[in-house]
Design a protein around this ligand. Structure first.
Ligand SMILES: Nc1ncnc2c1ncn2[C@@H]1O[C@H](COP(=O)(O)OP(=O)(O)OP(=O)(O)O)[C@@H](O)[C@H]1O
Ligand SMILES: [Mg+2]
Length: 295
């Protein structure tokens, strides 16, 4: 492909937003991510799934400059990214973390304002002198932050301390803060972990709404119903390697994916014994209930 066609492709509706090429991440002797390539196009919601320890979060860390990949290249909208988190954010990629990282003792609004700092142009002197330029910028920032709190359904909690929010709302606040950097691509690492079914459903709607605003989304999640409802395309990582990639239908039907999740049963495996114990206990409880009912 020539440079000209690449440039043309990037300006069309199906432009490539993220292109990871042969990303490998080694920690000493351990290869956590092995030669993974993945593309996210404009308007897409792409899922990244795989068993625990498959390398999903490590791959995110390679995309966002938190890790410098041992090999490979990551480009955002056709430009190779410098491996520095603040430069990646500035370029247009925002993320949330598997382990929530909010400023617990700041308010909800302040947390979103922190997320805006890469987009405010006012410098140090302007901030110190608190001149009219700074005040205008600050007002505009607050207005935008409030808009994002409305969008994520947290506006009424703007003045609450982040640490006082229930867990599900802390996850939403992480999303609001990520959106505050005005990204073109949002990376979500297990956004529904710890949520109840209603909250998960609301998060699904929120991700659709984010996509409808023109932000591409790459999402890691263990909740398969959530992933298969939401995503246009799903990639499966197993032991650091991309095993399968395709539409939800294709991925769901792939026997290698099923095997990777369930694993091949071993003879006398501890899981089997544990399962047998649980089944026996349930059977006994069931029998006791029947006796109770009979009384
Ligand atoms: N900084 C690090 N140093 C050494 N090993 C690491 C580091 N980060 C991750 N690993 C290892 O890399 C592998 C992949 O971990 P990773 O957290 O990316 O998996 P994951 O797919 O996100 O799993 P989960 O679904 O449990 O979040 C694991 O074996 C992990 O122990
Ligand atoms: Mg992870």
């Amino acid at each position: 492909m020539t440079t000209t066609t690449e440039t043309t492709a990037d300006t069309t509706a199906t432009a490539t937003v993220l292109k990871a090429d042969g990303v490998t991440m080694r920690f000493g002797g351990l290869t956590a991510v092995r030669d993974v390539s993945l593309t996210v196009r404009s308007g897409e919601i792409v899922g990244l799934i795989g068993p625990n320890g498959a390398g999903k979060t490590t791959f995110f860390n390679c995309l966002t400059g938190l890790y410098v990949p041992t090999e490979g290249r990551v480009a955002y909208k056709g430009t190779t990214l410098p491996p520095k988190p603040h430069l990646v954010t500035q370029a247009g990629i925002a993320r949330t973390f598997q382990n929530i990282r909010l400023f617990a003792n700041m308010t909800v609004l302040e947390n979103v304002l922190v997320g805006r700092h890469t987009r405010t142009k006012e410098g140090l002197w302007s901030a110190l002198l608190r001149g009219p330029g700074f005040r205008r910028a600050e007002e505009a920032s607050r207005a935008r932050a409030m808009e994002l709190l409305e969008f994520t359904g947290l506006a009424e909690k703007a003045d609450h301390l982040a640490r006082n929010l229930p867990y599900g709302e802390q996850r939403k606040l992480e999303i609001a803060r990520a959106l505050a950097s005005e990204p073109g691509l949002l990376l979500l690492d297990e956004p529904t972990a710890g949520m109840n079914p209603q909250e998960t459903r609301a998060t699904e709607e929120l991700v659709f709404a984010i996509r409808d605003k023109g932000i591409a989304v790459l999402v890691i999640e263990h909740d398969m119903r959530f992933i298969f409802n939401l995503c246009d395309r799903v990639a499966v990582l197993v032991q650091g390697q991309k095993l399968v990639e395709g539409t939800p239908d294709v991925v769901q039907a792939d026997e290698r994916v099923i095997a990777a999740y369930i694993g091949s049963p071993m003879e006398d495996s501890p899981e089997d014994e544990a399962l047998a114990e649980v089944q026996a206990a349930e059977a006994a409880a069931g029998a006791a209930d029947t006796q109770e009912d009979a009384k």
